[in-house]
Design a protein around this ligand. Sequence first.
Ligand code: ADP
Length: 333
Amino acid sequence: MKNIFTRQNAPTIKLASSYLIIIMVMSIISSLVFYSTSARELSRKPDAEYYSQTNFKDPDHELDEWLGRRANAGRDSLLINLLAINGVVLLGGSVFSYGLACRTLKPIEEAMQVQSRFIADASHELRTPLTAILLSNEMALRRKQLSSNDARNVILQNIEDINRLKTLSDELLDLTDVSHANPQLVATGVQDIVNAAVDRVRASADEKKIKIDIRTEKFAVRTDKQMLEKILVILLDNAIKYSQEGGSISIFTEHSGEHVLLHVQDHGPGIRKEDMPHIFDRFYRANDLRSQVEGHGLGLAIAKQIADDLHCVINVDSVYESGSIFTVKLPAR
Ligand code: ADP
């Protein structure tokens, strides 16, 4: 049989004990009340009026004695029954309390597991650039002679790694910021938000000579401007990051029933079928792109969290080695 009295199970046992104490206190109090009222009833003697109405005489008080003995026996058997019932309540209550404690603690345990996995992943991501900085500095120090050119290269490498660390810490902060965000939903034109997002990624697109084709219509949506802009910046950033130099990406809108669809399309490497279900998970990166493109696997997790807060949905449609379309489905105004 599985031993439940382990160190890891201590919080469940503690909570189960608290539940059991509550159950037992209630059971004992109700048993005491029941016992005292029943015992009082059992000890009650027939009153004088009863004797006079029935013409019954009991000069030697034999009936009184007999009734007294019956009351005592009744009280004893009531006490035994109540003790037995409380024993059953104790056993059943223990099982019930343990089950209830497991149920109560399950979501908390799951949240804690997610949290510790997140901390482990974040530490792992932080360790890579930190180790690189440490190694390059140690190796430079070990050299007998270090030319100013070598020193310069080490410093440049350090700056690159520090920038990587900064991006990671910014993304980690974004992730915690968006989880406390309070969206201000207002009716707003989708074109303005698209233009603002494109302006923010224009420099990196120009650097890779990537053309951004904007085909948006004057649809109105009900959303938080800044939060939607953030989602679009993440999708556009990825489209640029994963496209070849000199490629093109497009952003276009579509009206579908009660919704406005915002599409960000690229002609980059696409996403393998087996990666599709995981790309919105924190720290997930497709293996084939891991070594080619810089990143920490947090962008889409942040975009998804914002989308959840805005009650909108992000979908992806992709053909491996042909390109991807990310779609944000927003409620029309
Ligand atoms: P990052 O880009 O920093 O790795 P993301 O969370 O933004 O993190 O993306 C997670 C993964 O999804 C990426 O590592 C990549 O494998 C895949 N991905 C995202 N956007 C694209 C895209 N436009 N084209 C191809 N793959 C993509």
